[in-house]
Design a protein around this ligand. Sequence first.
Ligand code: WT7
Length: 665
Amino acid sequence: MSRPADAIEALLNEGRTFPPLADFAAEALVRDREPYERAEADRLGFWEEQARALHWFEPWQEVLDWTNAPFARWFTKGKLNVSYNCIDRHVAAGRGDRVAFHWEGEPGDTRTITYAELLDEVCRTANAIRELGVGRGDRVCIYMPMIPELPVAMLACARIGAAHSVVFGGFSATAISDRTNDAEAKLLITADGGWRRGAPSMLKPIADKALTTCPTVDHALVVRRIGDDAEPVAMADGRDVWWHDIVPGQSTECPPEHMDAEDLLYLLYTSGTTGKPKGIMHTTGGYLTHAAFTHKYVFDIKPAQDVYWCAADIGWVTGHSYIVYGPLANGCTSVMYEGTPDTPRADVRGGGERAGWDKDRLWDIVERYGVTQLYTAPTAIRTFMKWGAEWPAKHDLSSLRLLGSVGEPINPEAWVWYHVHIGGERCPIVDTWWQTETGGIMISPLPGVTTTKPGSASGPLPGISAEIVDEEGNTVGVPGGGYLTLTEPWPGMLRGIWRDEDRFRETYWSRYPGRYFVGDGAKWDADGDIWLLGRVDDVMNISGHRLSTTEIESALVDHPAVAEAAVVGRADERTGQAISAFVILCGGNVPTEELRQEIRNHVGTVISPIAKPADLVLTPELPKTRSGKIMRRLLRDLAEGRDLGDTTTLADREIVESLRAAIDT
Ligand code: WT7
């Protein structure tokens, strides 16, 4: 299946389009444009039809109440339970023996969890967290590795009507306590640690540090994942409870709460343009409708035969919608993997480049489980490209029938490499554009219908309305470029920012009245296909992770030696964007390499290792306008090694030369 590099080059240069593959299209759930036409003719009727695919305890009255815009209410007065929809109804339909998750730990240990087993475990966990004082309307913070107890914990919250706030396992103590305090969570669910890169990566000590400043948290529920393979973790008397001490003995009976369609399902914090993350609110009925519908049709899911794998982390929205809620609502079998793509199973570690380190774990998993759909991020694909096509070539990947991409624009080279070396030129690629705020996929091909182009996310899904506008808000024709906006409410849309109505209106609804402002640049090509061009605000996208420049600047100035800092995202071949930081030291500090590294690491401690600047330049001055505004554009040009364009507003030109010299060293 490997193909010479010049053949790939030729594919790219043809500017080729990829019509639906005949074999795929013949069997696809959607084979023509009929759903687009149906949604166009009756958008709300179309969504209502999708909502009917779920189980409702009580029907809704109105599909959409938009009278209090921008606060949407979907499926008003309808009653349902997300955990019932994701588990019970499949068991009730006689599909309890179907596998929900083929889970694989990084060391190579495995667990197979059927829908019937998932139901029992979720009920026990729901009863356990009730015993710990959690009830309907409360919030629970979850800080866990990628182990089965993570989706179980989320579903247990949903079952009893508590909202979860999952904090990515790579985040630091400050990030946990900020989010926990903002949400006023009562309970923290965590684990001693998880396995990463062949070693235990401990979470409980970080959680402990966070909990010293979280007055609302009464208990921590702790899964033992690492056990004797690391120093035992501390358990605070009266506060901390082991999962294995409280969950297994619980009853497997736990009637699901009848939740209102608009009850809060979860909060997920994401970076905005300020230093304070936003608690994005997702509710019950509309969100699940959107997640289930998009999962089924974008990935062409045939639940009885597919083995679907979203290789994201549940700590991000991709994992919420496309590892947990969408796939389970559709009764689908998924793979879930704990670790990193270059860590082989402990028993098969051979002689890779670092002794024993191979780079084919993902392909090993695809082959062993017979994965049919794989959903991952461009930054991962570029990493696989760099590692070389020989790694996937070692494995039989013929079970794959569809590939997905998410998180950032996919460059055509990576698209074609994915198509050739992973998809064997047999698999359609769905480049899916969406955001934490949208709850689910918005712009994407439908694999049996759409003619795709490497690098373009194609167009809005049925039921979704998008337009590109210019600076003044005038719609831009085809072809043309500007800012992406969403013009009609959609069921998975965020219902607000937790306890910050003003910020919700201001961030998304004020720039172009009546439209949702996305924050991404976009263009229509001559055929009317959309190309996403990246963020237009101070939000960066590092390996598909969203971080704000201000958030990192605050972490930098939090270091005692730092007086002032400016951060920009510069283009990076592998991670999409990389963080470039420019730092002025406080008087009396000598700019040493050691201090530079210490400041970088400080950002890792305050936010997360993923937020550590790739470059950090110590400088005596920052380029500012005469009114004192830092000139980020100029810093970005410097970081990317470009000519500096117009610098007439710069107050002191010599700074640029000294910065250039600092970057070069
Ligand atoms: C931002 C949202 C969607 C889940 C993961 C990220 C960028 C996302 C694409 C894509 C071009 C994309 C946008 C968006 N983005 N998918 N297919 N093509 N850009 O969620 O952290 O909320 O980030 O990611 O810039 O605004 P997020």
